[in-house]
Design a protein around this ligand. Structure first.
Ligand SMILES: *[C@@H]1O[C@H](CO)[C@@H](O)[C@H](O)[C@H]1NC(C)=O
Ligand SMILES: CC(=O)N[C@H]1CO[C@H](CO)[C@@H](O)[C@@H]1O
Length: 417
């Protein structure tokens, strides 16, 4: 299945911020704002271990396996990881013989010297009072999280969207245009969390500010674009369906009125509650269980369960910000993906295709701003696809298995215009 084929069938679309300039000049005329932002600083620091055992270079992070009971890895793998990492810290290991020295290898990485009972390995977004007893702080803790990456120009649309999410949701806005206090005209803005960093993309924010240990209290995490029409959507009803159909990754169906409606899988099927694969068995689906024929949602309005987000966060690459191609790889985080990833038809949205961040590139090389952004999007997709392929290949080689790279409906990025 080649990109050309997708295009011929009209199913190739441009995700995320990249899509907004796919066509037309009218989109290019959108105002470009220069921005000052406040960096919201917190962080747990560790994406990768600073020691990279050669045999295990694909293991994302040692503490993930140690800390995450749900990772599904075999005990042997866990033990291997521990023993490799411990070789390099033999001085620490010796302390195990000295009972006065605390060293607990099952603690999160870096916290081994702490007695486990004091380790707070997760946090949350729940505000606290500045006074009074902590134990008496208000206890209402929303169970779900919704984030929107926004510019103030889209305020009316975001206002409508937010109203579709009940108080059971924490609202988190990522501002790419530096305008935050303006949003206080909306009553809900006071209970929202605002994070402002100029001209960044949704996946950049998600990587920096949605670490799995921070969003751990939430059962579901919505990571949404700003240009979605939500007239026929209700978040509580949506969650009921996601639970009923056991979807770990999902998105609302896209109404046929949507702009840039291209993937078959994400179109709303009017007669269904939920669908997990495309209708019929088109010949172009070489692997019908795999994206974009099943196990597939787009990156514009995904919803992740807590456990799946813990995996997807590791998949997001620090230097690839537009998220192109991520939708093809999400299925690596769920098993079996073709049953746990789906589109909710009974609660649907319209993709409005409003130009936004995609127009905010750099103009210095004489090219239109959108063009530079667009090129980066394409390059990122290709780089990501290559990295995934190489990572699979390296992994199987490292365990002595040849020719095991999983099947995939690869997209040839060289062919994308
Ligand atoms: C919030 O969640 C609770 C508990 O699941 C539920 O009873 C309540 O109806 C929800 N609120 C709304 C507005 O749906
Ligand atoms: C803590 C520790 O012992 N670190 C060592 C890990 O291995 C490298 C390479 O041999 C050393 O340079 C570190 O000091």
């Amino acid at each position: 299945m080649k990109t050309e084929d997708y295009k011929r069938r009209g199913i190739l679309r441009l995700p995320g911020s990249c899509r907004s300039f796919k066509k037309t000049n009218e989109w290019m005329s959108a105002a470009v704002t220069i921005i000052v932002g406040i960096v919201f600083g917190f962080f747990i620091g560790v994406s990768f271990p600073d020691i990279s055992p050669p045999k295990l270079k694909l293991v994302p992070s040692i503490d993930t396996y140690i800390g995450d009971k749900n990772s599904g890895r075999s005990t042997q793998t866990i033990l291997n990881v521990i023993s490799v990492s411990r070789d390099n810290v033999s001085t620490e290991a010796q302390k195990l013989d000295d009972p006065s020295q605390i060293f607990v290898p099952t603690n999160p990485r870096g916290a081994e010297r702490l007695p486990p009972a004091i380790v707070a390995s997760e946090s949350d977004f729940y505000p606290r009072r500045l006074y009074g007893r902590p134990s008496e702080d208000p206890t209402f803790k929303p169970k779900y999280l919704v984030t929107f990456t926004v510019g103030y120009d889209q305020k009316d649309n975001i206002d409508q969207a937010v109203k579709k999410f009940s108080d059971n949701f924490t609202i988190l806005l990522f501002h790419y245009d530096g305008r935050t206090t303006e949003w206080d005209e909306f009553a809900w803005s006071k209970r929202a969390i605002h994070i402002s960093v100029p001209k960044q993309t949704k996946w950049w924010y998600a990587k920096r500010f949605l670490h799995p240990d921070i969003v751990a209290p939430y059962d579901f995490i919505f990571i949404w674009d700003e240009d979605l029409g939500v007239e026929n959507f209700d978040a509580e009803e949506y969650i009921k369906l996601v639970k009923k159909h056991k979807l770990e990754i999902s998105q609302p169906g896209l109404d046929l009125k949507s702009k840039g409606l291209t993937w078959h899988m994400t179109k709303r099927q009017e007669d269904l509650e939920v669908h997990k694969k495309i209708k019929g068995k088109p010949r172009w689906c070489t692997y019908p269980h795999l994206p974009p024929c099943a196990a597939f949602v787009e990156i514009m309005a995904p919803v992740f369960s807590r456990e799946t987000w813990r995996c997807v966060w590791y998949l997001i690459q620090n230097d690839l910000v537009h998220g192109w191609g991520l939708d093809f790889a999400l299925q690596k985080c769920v098993e079996p993906a073709y049953e746990r990833i789906g589109v909710v038809d009974a609660q649907w949205i319209v993709h409005q295709g409003v130009p936004s961040l995609g127009n905010q590139g750099n103009e210095d090389d004489g090219k239109a701003r959108w063009r530079g952004v667009r090129e980066r999007c394409k390059n990122e997709w290709k780089m990501f696809q290559d990295r995934v392929y190489k990572a699979d290949e390296d992994y199987y080689k490292s365990i002595g298995v040849e020719n095991m790279v999983p099947e995939a409906n690869w997209v040839n990025m060289d062919k994308v215009q």
